[in-house]
Design a protein around this ligand. Structure first.
Ligand code: NAD
Length: 418
């Protein structure tokens, strides 16, 4: 049966699920329940522009599974946002939370808009209207949004304020990834990118590589890619290529990552930086290197270009950057992939720490959070690595099997209502 969210990205998520189900050993009713989201809501947001006109923006929130607890997932602002995209990303969030043993299911939402084309005042009105329309469907025990592509601490602050106005008191635990001044957690901003590098370090340990001698390429220079590049640079790895939507930069001797951040802070993107060779995003993906970090967006390595990659390890900082066709080609070529559900889970893990701190109104320091994150990611990494070895599967299949089994055990215990 074809449902409204049945798009290529959702089919990618379902194909991965079906592959994992073959070995996960879960009952038929569990598999059937997990194939589709529990709930999907669509909105049309009417928003007044700065010139006085009204524009309509499609917006979505999809909740995939509430078996283990409230649903959790980001809100993105992008012209590609659709019901199918949110459904795929929500499903991946379920496996990610379960793999990390967080008491959450997966959700995802967003507004179809070009965030860069709007003023802060317009973004504030888009966000507040979205938060207001979303209010009946979210809650600290129900569904807890977080930032994603083109949304940030400010977006979360507007959602928290709008939701709190409706309640009549401050509800910091309604969102994560908000400013520290209103109950955000220290280290949340860096958590996803820093977590990506913690997983890389762990993988290097298993592969017998030393991180400091690796040459790395990072696609995407936003929250995830920008921080991952900094962490790699700080750990003395050589970052030979980076890119963003404006294109890529290459320097075989290593890029000056702090200078690139200063350039982006001053100019909004990598465009115009003249201390490295400019290349296209296609060329960036084909650069010779040891570690390729994909931290831009979904569907970047496909059946078309997977054959031209010249790295030894692919690292998924973004969600869904490698298509199933590319997975098969890379497996054939013997290039392992550190899968998204494991590798970028640092964000949701520190979001979980933020929610716990908000609920108890008791805050932890940076070292405690960093150490707890390293412990959680390390534990999940070891389980995935060992399962992949035991079953002779890819790391992606092992990560999905491990995540699905956690959800399945809970669903088996709870059963289907009524
Ligand atoms: P962001 O908006 O901060 O950064 C995205 C970066 O990718 C920007 O530098 C942008 O210019 C670049 N980019 C966009 N399209 C590109 C393209 N076609 N080619 C090259 N570069 C391109 O977003 P983010 O928060 O860093 O998220 C990136 C990815 O990581 C997304 O897939 C997101 O779902 C995933 N993710 C984010 C978090 C988080 O905590 N922010 C957590 C888990 C996963």
């Amino acid at each position: 049966m074809s449902l409204e969210w049945d798009t290529p990205l959702f089919q990618q998520a379902q194909t991965q699920l079906e592959r994992a189900l073959v070995t996960a050993g879960v009952s038929d009713f569990v598999a059937e329940r997990l194939r589709n989201p529990e709930r999907a809501v669509m909105f049309t947001l009417p928003v007044r522009m700065d010139d006085g006109t009204i524009r309509s923006f499609p917006a979505y929130r999809v909740q995939h599974s509430s078996v283990l607890g409230p649903t959790k997932g980001g809100i993105r602002y992008d012209l590609g946002v659709s019901l199918g995209e949110c459904a795929a990303l929500a499903m991946w969030m379920t496996w990610k939370c379960a793999l990390l043993r967080l008491p959450y299911g997966g959700a995802k939402g967003g507004v179809r808009c070009d965030a860069r084309a709007h003023s802060q005042a317009e973004l504030s009105r888009i966000t507040r209207r979205f938060a207001s329309d979303l209010a009946p469907f979210i809650g600290p025990k129900q569904d807890i949004p977080a930032p994603d592509m083109a949304t940030n601490e400010q977006t979360m602050a507007w959602i928290m304020d709008t939701y709190s106005m409706g309640k009549g008191y401050a509800v910091p635990e309604i969102v994560t990834g908000k400013p520290v001044s209103i109950g955000g957690s220290v280290f949340r901003h860096e958590a996803t990118g820093a977590g990506v590098v913690m997983v890389i370090e762990r993988a290097c340990g298993r592969l017998g590589w030393e991180l400091a001698t690796q040459r790395c390429v990072v696609q995407g220079f936003g929250n995830v890619g920008g921080i991952a590049a900094t962490e790699l640079y700080d750990k003395r790895a050589t970052v030979v290529g980076v890119s963003d939507i404006s294109g890529g930069l290459h320097d075989p001797n290593g890029l000056d990552i702090p200078a690139l951040h200063a350039h982006v802070a001053a100019n909004g993107s990598l465009e115009g930086y003249d201390r490295a060779r400019r290349i296209s995003n296609e060329e960036l993906l084909a650069l010779e290197c040891d570690i390729l970090v994909l931290a831009a967006r979904e569907d970047q390595v496909t059946g078309e270009n997977a054959g031209s990659l010249r790295c030894k390890l692919v690292v998924e900082g973004a969600n869904g950057p490698t298509s199933p066709a590319a997975d098969a080609i890379l497996a054939e070529r013997g290039i392992p992939i550190l899968p998204d559900v494991l590798t970028n889970a640092g964000g949701v893990t520190v979001s979980y720490f933020e929610w716990v701190q908000d609920l108890s109104r008791f805050f932890w320091d940076r070292d405690e959070i960093r150490n707890r994150l390293a412990e959680k990611l390390g534990d999940a990494f070891d389980r995935v690595w060992e399962l992949a070895e035991e079953r002779s599967t890819t790391l992606r299949d092992a990560a999905l099997i491990a995540g699905i089994r956690e959800v399945a055990a809970a669903l088996e215990a709870r059963g289907i209502y009524p």
